[in-house]
Design a protein around this ligand. Structure first.
Ligand code: PMP
Length: 449
């Protein structure tokens, strides 16, 4: 083992990891990043198929973003954001309001996705309190939801792996069975369905709307749940019922924003605008922690009054609105425009779909291949006709991940779901490497010749 690996294990506790696993599988120490690839201390290159936890958009060490950050670094690295401001944040605020769905006119800054979700929940609760609906104290989320790891965010999440143990500490929220298109209980197909499953949400809202502040949802794709893609009709119906019952719709676009689903923001698939939108991850193209919470004028106005009325939103994080992060974000938005990124991505997405489809059809363990924009996922199952999942104890995804790493590919499966969410700079050769290596690794694991 390299001495850096030894030192790492002596001092560092890694995220989302059973550290005992690292005994036989020490951390890969990365020395350099370049486009869609990272290189470790031994010179081995890995294709970053998951954009380093879904944050990277335009490759590692992108020249334009590097230069923007370097330039900013020479004038201002950070400054308190209460009563003070700076051009990168102002530029970002202006540009983001311009490109997000209609009506989201005010931008609150924070520094990571979970904090953005906490802010959204607090804003919604306080809005209702200050506008006379003080019975509205609860939030609604759908099954398999994921919104981050802090206690408020976990409370509106529904993935036991992350939250079960902390239930005694969490807020009491409504969890509604959401869309499950691969195993649809209504016998519908994702592409043609009329979102019959929405009846469960409708029931909870109609029965309990007096208590409900907001519904929070990941538009179009429940990412951490295994890239579960659902119909835009579900979102459209959700928007309508929230408006009817004075309930906020919080769109958590932290994973799906910035072109991941083929549109700049996933809400656009349903032609809707939420009351509150959370953005992070791709916001800085994967460079620095930053998050934004966008709201309507209506929400903003409910907080706007004389100080003595105690209506202000008294929330802050030390690194809020960090200028370096804002400079990276502004440059990233320029790249979207200059390089016509969304259009260019459609060709890449097509190639990913075609190649993956050709491998998936008739593969004995691929239960479903699903895709939207630059997200593609393969759900591996033990029994295709029964859609029976592999038991979690088999760690199928994790074991395939280790095989793929050996072959120079960084996947990070979600349970039995392998997925591709590469940086947008991948070219045809990278895509072929990505998919050929994934299926070679799957087949090697299962002993398929
Ligand atoms: N919401 C969604 C949809 C996410 O995917 C994530 C992160 N995976 C978060 C919130 C939390 O963001 P962060 O990790 O920056 O706290």
């Amino acid at each position: 083992m390299h001495d850096l690996q030894q030192k790492d294990l002596r001092f560092i506790w890694h995220p989302c990891s059973q550290m005992k696993d690292y005994e036989g599988f020490p951390p890969i120490i990365v020395e350099r990043g370049d486009g869609a690839y990272i290189t470790d201390i031994y010179g081995k290159r890995y294709l970053d198929a998951v954009s380093s936890w879904w944050v990277n958009l335009f490759g590692h060490c992108n020249k334009r973003i590097n230069n923007a950050v370097k330039k900013q670094l020479d004038s201002l690295e950070h400054v308190i954001f209460a009563n003070f401001s700076h051009k990168p944040a102002i530029d970002l605020g202006e540009k983001i309001v311009e490109i997000t769905p209609h009506g989201l006119n005010k931008v609150f800054f924070a520094d990571n996705g979970s904090s953005a979700v906490e802010i959204a929940l607090k804003l919604s609760f306080q809005y209702h309190l200050q506008t006379g609906s003080n019975s509205k104290k609860k939030f609604v989320a759908i099954s398999d939801a994921y919104h981050g790891e802090t206690l408020g965010a976990l409370s509106v999440g529904d993935i036991d792996l992350y939250s079960k143990i902390y239930k005694p500490l969490m807020l009491d929220t409504y969890k509604v069975p959401g869309p499950d298109c691969y195993r649809c209980r209504y016998g519908e197909e994702r592409e043609s369905c009329s979102a019959l499953c929405f009846e469960q949400m409708e029931y909870v809202i109609v029965e309990n709307h007096n208590e409900i502040c907001a519904v929070i949802i990941e538009p179009m794709v429940q990412a951490a749940a295994g890239m579960k893609i659902y119909s835009h009709r579900y979102l459209a119906r959700l928007r309508k019922i929230c408006s009817d019952y004075n309930i906020h719709l919080i769109a958590d676009e932290i994973a799906v924003g910035f072109g991941r689903t083929g549109k700049m923001f996933a809400c656009e698939h349903a032609g809707i605008s939420p009351d509150i939108m959370c953005l992070s991850k791709g916001l800085t193209a994967g460079y620095m922690p930053l998050s934004l919470v966008l709201t309507t004028d209506r929400i903003y106005d409910a907080f706007y009054s004389d100080y003595l009325e105690k209506k202000a939103f008294m929330h802050s994080h030390s690194y809020t609105g960090n200028p370096l992060a804002c400079a990276a974000a502004v440059e990233s938005l320029k790249i979207f425009k200059d390089d016509d990124v969304l259009n260019e991505n459609t060709k890449k997405a097509d190639l990913i779909r075609k190649l993956t489809e050709s491998y998936s059809n008739n593969h004995p363990y691929v239960g479903e291949f699903r895709h939207i924009g630059m997200i593609a996922a393969i759900e591996l199952v033990e029994d295709k006709s029964a859609k029976k999942a592999f038991s979690w104890e088999k760690r199928v995804g994790y074991n395939i991940y280790k095989v793929a790493l050996n072959e120079g590919l960084l996947l990070r499966p979600l349970g039995n779901v392998l997925y591709f969410m590469p940086p947008y700079v991948v070219d045809e050769k990278d895509i072929e490497h990505l998919i050929n290596t994934t299926f070679a690794s799957i087949n090697k694991f299962f002993g398929i010749k």
